[in-house]
Design a protein around this ligand. Structure first.
Ligand code: URA
Length: 237
C-alpha cells in the first residue's frame, strides 16, 4: 500500500505545481467518491484511487503506459520543428508528468507508438538486447520482387553501420506492399533498407510491437489508450 498527501498525489499525476494543486483542493475542485477533498495534507491510499477534478474522473497511476496510433505529420521529437509534437495529441497532464515516446517514428510514419513516463520501461523496450520485434507495413514505389525480399532477409549494408542489417521476417502483402519485421530500431531503418535494396518506401506504418497489435486496440489514427498489465505483458519477443 502506498500513501501520499493529496497535494503531492495531484502533482505526481501531472496536475501542476504543488502550490497549484493545493489551490485546486482549497477551491473545492477535487473530490473522491462524490466528497470534496478538504485537507490537502491528509494521507490517502493510492491503490485503486479514483478522483474527480473539474468534473473529470481520473485514476491514480504510479506510471503511465499508453499506445498512440500516430498519424502522419506529427513529430516524436521533444522539440518538434516542422510539425506538431506527439504530446499535443494527449491530455496536458501527461506531458507534465514527462510522458515520452518509446523510440521514434518518422514524422510521416503512422501507427503504433508506445509512450510512458517509466524510465526503466522505456530503456528496456528500446534496448536492442531484448530483440523485441517491430512489425511494419511498407508501401513501396516499385513493385515488390522476390529478389527484394531475399535481399532484406539476407541483409543490406547501410551507410554508417558496421555490419549488414537483415529483416527478421519479410513477406509480400500486395504488388507494392510488404510486411517487414525488425529487431533493431536504427534511424530510418526500414526506409534505408528498402533504398539499399533498390526500391523506395512511399509510406510506412507500424502495426505491432512484440505480440501486441494495433488492430487489437481498435484505435483510429490520432487516438490513444492506456495499456493494461495484460497489454504490457505482450510487449515481448
Ligand atoms: N523505419 C523507418 O524508416 N522509419 C520509421 O519511422 C520507423 C522505422
Amino acid at each position: 500500500m502506498s500513501k501520499l498527501s493529496f497535494d503531492r498525489l495531484l502533482q505526481s499525476q501531472g496536475f501542476g505545481t504543488r502550490k497549484y494543486c493545493r489551490e485546486l483542493i482549497d477551491d473545492g475542485e477535487v473530490s473522491v467518491n462524490g466528497e470534496v477533498v478538504q485537507n490537502y495534507k491528509a494521507l490517502v491510499d493510492t491503490d485503486g484511487l479514483c478522483f474527480t477534478i473539474f468534473d473529470e474522473e481520473w485514476e491514480y497511476r504510479e506510471h503511465v503506459y499508453l499506445v498512440l496510433n500516430k498519424p502522419a505529420n506529427v513529430e516524436c521529437s521533444r522539440k518538434p520543428s516542422h510539425h506538431p509534437g506527439v504530446l499535443t495529441l494527449l491530455p496536458e497532464q501527461l506531458s507534465w508528468r514527462d510522458v515520452q515516446p518509446v523510440g521514434r517514428l518518422d514524422h510521416d510514419t503512422t501507427g503504433m507508438l508506445l509512450m510512458s513516463d517509466d524510465g526503466p520501461f522505456i530503456h528496456a523496450q528500446s534496448s536492442p538486447k531484448r530483440h523485441i520485434p517491430k512489425i511494419y507495413v511498407a508501401t513501396t514505389a516499385d513493385p515488390v520482387s522476390d529478389a527484394l525480399i531475399q535481399q532484406l532477409l539476407t541483409g543490406v549494408q547501410l551507410h554508417d553501420e558496421p555490419v549488414p542489417l537483415a529483416a527478421q521476417t519479410c513477406r509480400q502483402l500486395g504488388e507494392r506492399e510488404l510486411e517487414i519485421v525488425l529487431e533493431q530500431g536504427k534511424y530510418h531503418q526500414v526506409k534505408r533498407m528498402l533504398a539499399a535494396a533498390g526500391n523506395h518506401c512511399a509510406a510506412l506504418r507500424r502495426t505491432a510491437i512484440g505480440q501486441l497489435t494495433l488492430d487489437s486496440l481498435g484505435l483510429e489514427e490520432g487516438e490513444w489508450c492506456y495499456l493494461t498489465a495484460e497489454h504490457v505483458a505482450l510487449l515481448v519477443p
